[in-house]
Design a protein around this ligand. Structure first.
Ligand SMILES: [Zn+2]
Length: 346
């Protein structure tokens, strides 16, 4: 297997091409991210603070690394009155919950965690896996995406909080790269025949139930992505203003928030969810590399990681990759598929 000489993308990724120097098309098309600047962030923060509400800011927490850093920023740097909100997607790692509770205690922030009363996320994941072809298997995160946004918006509206501090980063935005690779896949489209498949309707019914349980005021129940309809609430994606610095984030949260890496995880990235190994398994089947590999490409190109470290991480990652039997067991025990269904999914 050949790898890009700049990042570590393998030549097995669908549609990837290499130039004379062995540099891959993803590196060649990389556009360095621009930041809006700390001054702009400071202004937004001051405006929210001046409203003098019970809370200045909501920080959505996942139990992972980046959101813990954003909480630190909101409390220790900006000294904001913070309500931390977590959506428990029913696959949450206990260490993730512990990390969030500890951080909120140390930094003195109020904390709420919300979970479906009907295990709806599990139902969505289970039925989604059953009806979708391999091409769509990596979309097992839909339930969590909706759940997280909706509980945060609901909390902001309920408590009249003027600002939301999101911790997503441009490094994690690998979707456009995945889309490019997916175009070149020789797999089924993922939509063919779904209308003849009862599991598709079970999936849609479960997703609808989730939207009814976590209804966001002002949103139509048909809307698949919740929207915040209140113009007085400002959504701030912190790492679009200030640089996302991996080493600084890791160091800060470990020293200042009591954050600990869950046992057995290779990287500090996406360690909050039990579904990560399942996601990675399908990712490898589809793209011949992990979701992390796309991220490494971005991090190397933006100067946040060197190639050797990425290679080392990749090596560790592959060594710890779980095999089909373990995934089958997870599909049965954690997601609730029968043996036969799990075999079909795999
Ligand atoms: Zn490359």
């Amino acid at each position: 297997m050949k790898r890009c000489t700049k990042c570590i993308m393998p030549d097995t990724v669908p549609g990837i091409t290499f130039d004379d120097e062995g540099i891959c098309s993803f590196c060649r098309n990389f556009e360095k991210e621009e930041y809006l600047g700390k001054e702009k962030l400071d202004l937004i923060v001051e405006e929210a603070r001046s409203k003098n509400n019970k809370y200045d800011c909501i920080v959505p927490l996942s139990g992972g690394r980046d959101s813990a850093y954003v909480l630190y920023l909101a409390r220790s740097i900006y000294n904001l009155k913070v309500l931390a909100v977590n959506y428990n997607n029913e696959f949450q790692n206990p260490q993730a919950l512990k990390n969030m509770q500890t951080a909120c205690q140390i930094l003195n922030a109020d904390f709420v965690t919300v979970c479906s009363k009907n295990n709806i996320a599990r139902e969505i994941v289970r039925n989604g896996l059953k009806f979708s072809t391999l091409r769509r298997k990596y979309s097992i995160c839909t339930a969590c995406t909706y759940g997280m946004e909706s509980v945060v918006y609901r909390a902001a509206l309920e408590h009249n909080v003027p600002m939301i501090f999101w911790g997503d980063s441009q490094q994690e935005q690998t979707t456009p790269m995945e889309k490019l690779a997916r175009k070149n896949l020789k797999l089924g489209k993922g939509t063919i025949r779904k209308h003849f498949n009862p599991d598709y309707y079970r999936y849609e019914a479960a997703f609808l139930k989730q939207r009814l349980e976590f209804k966001v005021p002002g949103n139509n129940w048909l809307a698949r992505h919740p929207k915040l309809k209140d113009k007085n609430i400002k959504e701030v994606h912190v790492f679009y203003y200030i640089p996302w610095d991996r080493e600084l984030i890791k160091k800060t949260i470990m020293e200042e928030t009591g954050w600990e890496k869950p046992e057995g995880s290779v990287s500090t990235w996406r360690t909050d969810c039990y579904l990560t190994p399942v996601l990675n398994y399908f990712f490898y089947k589809i793209f011949n590399c992990g979701k992390e590999t796309f991220g490494y490409c971005k991090m190397i190109n933006s100067g946040h990681m060197d190639r050797n470290e990425a290679l080392k991480q990749e090596e560790k990652f592959q060594k710890h990759m779980v095999d089909a039997d373990t995934i089958r067991k997870m599909l049965e025990d954690d997601i609730g598929l029968s043996r036969k269904e799990a075999d079909r999914v795999l």
